[in-house]
Design a protein around this ligand. Structure first.
Ligand code: DX5
Ligand code: ZN
Length: 225
């Protein structure tokens, strides 16, 4: 699977959001990562369905909605209706995870499950057969611009081994603290989709940063083969 860059719009300039999204699309991004926070599951409030609807009009890229919310069942339908192509929910927040993931697929979206840094990969053992991707957090969720947690690489490797051994059609997404310095490491460890917020939008040249990260992603993938 060719690794894809998923710029997180949380770090974008919201006064120029459509322009920023078009810039990363033109520069080779594969997905747009949308960080949804409710101020309860994480200590921050960010993006609702109305913003997803606006971003939907601005790009043809798949919209990858990461729900950091206390009650994911309440929100999967509104975000799918707003244009989300994939929806991920935290194993730590879903009381009935199997039912929630099946509901996401039932709405026609790709279903993802998210692991916080302290949650071992075995916590999602039972749902691997019914997800399209696993999102490994490499920061504690709630904010962009945090430092990468190197312990997440081991979790990516363990998941990669398990997924490859059983030939499961499951992508691995990694999220948090990715920069042009560590992006090759995470791809070599086995990540397929790589989220980057501050590294893309923090320097005032989203297109140039995207191109650099996409180049580094491809280099990491070559080492992996
Ligand atoms: C954190 C979010 C991440 C974050 C990524 O809770 O899930 O997607 O916005 O931003 P950076 O790449 O700046 O860590
Ligand atoms: Zn995220």
């Amino acid at each position: 699977m060719k690794p894809l860059l998923a710029p997180s719009i949380l770090s974008a300039d919201f006064g120029r959001l459509a322009e920023e999204v078009r810039a990363v699309e033109a520069a080779g991004a594969g997905l747009v990562h949308v960080d949804v926070m409710d101020g309860r599951f994480v200590p921050n409030i960010t993006i609702g369905p109305v913003v997803v609807r606006a971003v939907r009009r601005a790009t043809g890229l798949p919209l990858d909605c990461h729900l950091m919310v206390e009650d994911p069942d309440r929100w999967i339908e509104p975000f799918r209706a707003a244009g989300a192509d994939s929806i991920s929910v935290h194993v730590e927040a879903a009381r009935h995870l199997d039912r929630t993931l099946r509901a996401i697929r039932g709405l026609g979206a790709k279903a993802g499950v998210v692991l916080n840094p302290a949650t071992p990969h075995v916590a999602i053992e039972e749902v691997l057969p019914i997800v399209d991707f696993v999102l490994v957090m490499s920061v504690n969720p709630g904010f962009g611009g945090q430092a990468f947690l190197p312990s997440s690489l081991r979790k990516v490797r363990l998941l990669r081994e398990r997924i490859d051994r059983e030939r499961l059609p499951v992508a691995i997404e990694i999220d948090g603290g990715i920069t042009h310095e560590n992006v090759e490491d995470v791809v070599r460890a086995g990540a397929d989709w790589v989220v980057a917020g501050h590294a893309v939008f923090g320097g005032g040249d989203a297109g140039g940063s995207t191109r650099l990260l996409v180049e580094r992603l491809s280099a990491g993938a070559r080492d992996r083969c």
